[in-house]
Design a protein around this ligand. Structure first.
Ligand SMILES: Nc1nc2c(c(=O)[nH]1)N[C@@H](CN(C=O)c1ccc(C(=O)N[C@@H](CCC(=O)O)C(=O)O)cc1)CN2
Length: 281
């Protein structure tokens, strides 16, 4: 079997076209959505991500507010810039690009929850646990949207999430077990005794361990959908969590790059447009 591609790059393009229409309507009503970013330091990956986010915004009519700070910026300096974006009426929502090398929980907590476009503020994560409406985290939502848009059945599926991180694994488990998704989730992590025993049972595997090639063909149920969220660098190139041989066994595979990464950007755009629509009332 050769798996079909869960194409994040193509899906991002489709979502951008849909969102551009919503942004045009907002602009007709005098509302210009504005995305703010706070970037600390010189990490080339973070610069790439932030540049890509602003390029996406420009393409669909969202304004950009960009705060770039040197690696020497202190916690207090970053918090001051967060306070400014919280108070800026031109900023619909904003994010602090991770990693910063600073106290990230304190930075996240400083963001006005109503402007938390990443859905990672403790209030919004709390709302997710409680089943209340709030801003939702971009990468987990990107995983779900990628599956939906390719017609992969989530309701009733056995999903194995590999990785219990705060930005992907844990919120994804909560999202997938909502009534609207109705999946059954097994959350695996470094303490899991027999990872393969869990992945082999799964209709959908989301690999977010950050260990290159950790999921190999012998660990996959034939026909399963596999999503690669792991981002490691090997010889300067992105290396995902899925080994190359999984394409021979799986039914669906998200490539890396070109899978969940672009979907993270799509969900960020979607969040900012939804926030602007809500603020308009
Ligand atoms: N505040 C946040 N920081 C970080 C997040 C986040 O969601 N919020 N996630 C990651 C980085 N990230 C978004 O910020 C992100 C990662 C990957 C991509 C992407 O489109 N990747 C491309 C490949 C890019 C390359 O060649 O390096 C792909 O997968 O095709 C976009 C955004 C950590 N920080």
């Amino acid at each position: 079997m050769t798996a079909q591609k869960l194409d994040g790059t193509a899906t991002l393009k489709v979502i951008k076209a849909e969102l551009a229409e919503r942004v045009a309507k907002l602009r007709e009503q005098g509302v210009v959505p504005g995305l703010g970013t706070v970037l600390v330091g010189d990490d080339p990956g973070s610069h790439w991500y932030v540049n890509a986010k602003h390029k996406d915004c420009a393409e669909i009519g969202i304004a950009s507010l960009r705060v770039d700070l040197p690696a020497t910026a202190t916690q207090a300096e970053v918090e001051t810039r967060i306070d400014e974006l919280n108070a800026d009426p031109g900023c619909t929502g904003f994010l602090v690009q991770q990693p910063t090398g600073l106290d990230e929980f304190a930075l996240l907590s400083r963001v006005d929850p109503d402007k938390d476009v990443d859905g990672l503020h403790p209030v919004n994560l709390g709302k997710l646990v409680l089943g209340e409406e709030g801003s939702l985290p971009c990468t987990p939502m990107g995983v779900i949207e990628l599956l939906r848009r390719h017609g992969v059945q989530i309701a009733g599926a056995e999903v194995c999430v590999v990785g219990r991180g705060l930005t992907v694994g844990r919120p994804l488990g909560l999202l997938l077990t909502r009534r609207s998704e109705n999946a059954t989730v097994t959350l695996c992590h470094t303490g899991t005794r027999d990872l393969a025993a869990h992945t082999r049972q799964a209709d959908i595997v989301v690999a977010a361990a950050g260990v290159p090639g950790i999921i190999t063909a012998d660990m996959v149920k034939p026909g399963a959908a596999l999503l690669d969220v792991g981002v490691s660098r090997v010889d300067g190139k992105i290396a995902g969590d899925l080994a190359d041989d999984v394409w021979d066994v799986a039914g669906w595979v998200s490539p890396n790059p070109g899978g969940v990464g672009p979907m993270t950007r799509a969900m960020l755009l979607s969040n900012i447009v939804t926030m602007a629509e809500k603020a308009r009332g």
